[in-house]
Design a binder for this molecule. Structure first.
Ligand SMILES: [Mn+2]
Length: 259
């Protein structure tokens, strides 16, 4: 039997049982035939979705009362607005929920090495949004939680199917939304708790640096000349991408034609 997730303790048949016996009928569990990671798994979920709005939440999230309405209201106002709630911290040891101060929150940024980072809301954005609880433009998103108009998700290019397992897809989507005329906004009136884990609980197939490779794909597609700065910080990825392309040729000699 193929094992898609490397963790079996709470998943597999136990998850099937939980979903069918404890959750309403409209909750459906979609399984892939092999391990693809979060990016292609989310694409499968999105294909199955039929509502007007798709909301992606990591499995380790807990919503709060009133989290949903501010997201839906903003999408109704602007269908090209992609939204993230304020992400509260749930302790990964005790599962205690820490509510952060409502008026002070950070938004998504990035480093030149291609990593997500939290940044302060710039003064110009505080002026633009008008209210401290107004939709706040965010350069990037953390990735685990966001709401998007379902049709717009496909129009704006969904996800890069060539990305494996985990990492980088959040920056790719963020760059793509801004560069294709959409907006990415934090909605301060919506709050969802999330467990920020201190380690990766699962293994990476072949021990590949999927975050790095996925981010290099993002840089190649969306960063234009600025990718030079990315490769200055991650020279190994430029080398790795080249090597991988050559290796593909070696693995698939038929693509070279009969020489
Ligand atoms: Mn997460």
């Amino acid at each position: 039997m193929r094992v898609y997730s490397t963790i079996t303790k709470h998943l597999k048949g136990k998850l099937d049982y939980y979903v069918t016996s404890h959750l309403p009928d409209k909750v459906r569990l979609v399984r892939l035939k092999e391990r693809h990671g979060l990016i292609r798994a989310r694409l499968e979920g999105a294909k199955t979705a039929s509502g007007d709005v798709i909301i992606f939440l990591d499995s380790h999230c807990e919503v709060t009362q009133g989290w949903l309405e501010p997201l839906l209201a903003r999408i109704k106002e602007s269908r090209t607005a992609v939204l993230v709630p304020i992400i509260d911290v749930i302790d990964d040891k005790t599962l205690q929920y820490f509510s952060s101060n409502g008026e002070f929150f950070e938004i998504g940024g990035f480093t030149w090495s291609g990593h997500f980072t939290w940044i302060h809301v710039p003064e110009r954005e505080k002026k633009r949004r008008g209210s401290s609880v107004g939709p706040t433009r965010s350069p990037t998103m953390a990735g685990g939680l966001f709401a998007i108009d379902r049709n717009y998700f496909w129009e704006v290019g969904s996800y890069d199917e060539g990305m494996d397992v985990w990492g980088g897809e959040n920056l790719e989507m963020s760059f793509r939304i801004w560069m294709c005329g959409g907006t990415l906004e934090t909605i301060p009136c919506s709050r969802v708790g999330h467990i920020f884990r201190s380690f990766h609980p699962y293994s990476f197939p072949g021990n590949k640096d999927t975050h790095g490779l996925n981010t290099a794909r993002m840089a190649e597609v969306w960063m234009d000349d600025y990718k030079r700065l990315f490769y200055m910080h991650r020279p190994e990825l430029k080398y790795y991408l080249i090597v991988r392309d050559r290796r593909n040729l070696q693995e698939k000699p038929e693509e070279l034609g009969q020489v």
